[in-house]
Ligand binder design. Structure first.
Ligand code: SF4
Length: 258
């Protein structure tokens, strides 16, 4: 079963008079946590998941945002090349970056030709082995140096409660990456009353132990500013409140285990 409709953004193929267009939410020129080293990060617009704790719901809408070509991004990114050293480079994040797979293939292919390292930050939601999407994904992996993969929840039913979708296709994507020697970091958000149970963390650990090429495991611990105490988080009122863009008092505390 296709868990995500990946067809909302129509396939794009570059022609001499029609470049592939990316819809960009925002740019961070000096990112230090979304991939190795210092990185130029393009946050792409569009996401189908509806994570209860999402603090960027303004990235959800698909097919909106600033229209940019790969050349636009590379021209801008190259201004910061001197900061990248040997490990830094370009990251595509989101929203959900894989919603714009045609654009990322175009960007990463051109970046690699310029000697720039590439990093894909994804929650894996659009992954499918259906064609033509799967062939595009294989094309993308060929020009991706490393992937940052969010596992929102190791249990599919709980994943569905947390995000609106099951995780079968996401674990399938991770399996593909593992069996094809695609370097990856795994990221997991510790969400009070949702993911921070010993049983799920043990399952997650057992699963990750089966994977090859996991270079780093990152836990992001959500905390909250303001007056609502952590014990109130599970109330439906406050979970609903998290979905409002104006609530910007969320932050993540990132903990890295290497
Ligand atoms: S994957 Fe979840 S946290 Fe990330 S943009 Fe989509 S809804 Fe928000």
């Amino acid at each position: 079963m296709r868990l995500f409709d990946t067809t909302t953004l129509p396939p794009q193929e570059e022609t001499s008079d029609k470049p592939v267009i990316g819809y960009v939410h925002s740019i961070e020129s000096f990112g230090s946590v979304d991939g190795p080293g210092i990185r130029y990060i393009a946050f792409l617009q569009g996401c189908r998941m509806r994570c209860e704790y999402c603090h960027n719901p303004d990235t959800w809408n698909i097919g909106v945002g600033e229209e940019m070509t790969a050349e636009d991004i590379l021209d801008d990114a190259m201004r910061y090349k001197s900061f990248w050293g040997e490990t830094g480079g370009i990251t595509c994040s989101g929203g959900e970056s894989l919603i714009q797979i045609d654009f990322i293939i175009d960007l990463f292919t051109k970046a690699k030709a310029m000697g720039i390292t590439t990093c894909l930050d994804t929650s894996g939601g659009p992954f499918t082995r259906d064609e033509p999407w799967f062939s595009k994904f294989e094309q993308l992996m060929a020009v991706t140096d490393i992937s940052l993969v969010d596992i929102k929840h190791i249990n599919s039913d709980e994943h569905r409660k947390l995000t609106g979708f099951g995780n079968e296709n996401i674990l399938d994507m991770i399996q593909y990456m593992s069996s094809h020697d695609c370097d990856m970091w795994i990221r997991h958000v510790l969400v009070p009353t949702r993911t921070d149970f010993d049983v799920y963390l043990a399952q997650l650990g057992d699963y990750i132990k089966t994977l090859h090429n996991v270079q780093k495991l990152k836990f992001c611990h959500i905390t909250r500013w303001g007056s609502i105490s952590i014990t109130n988080w599970a109330s439906s009122t406050h979970w609903k409140a998290f979905k409002r863009p104006r609530l910007i008092g969320l932050r993540t505390r990132r903990i890295c285990y290497t």
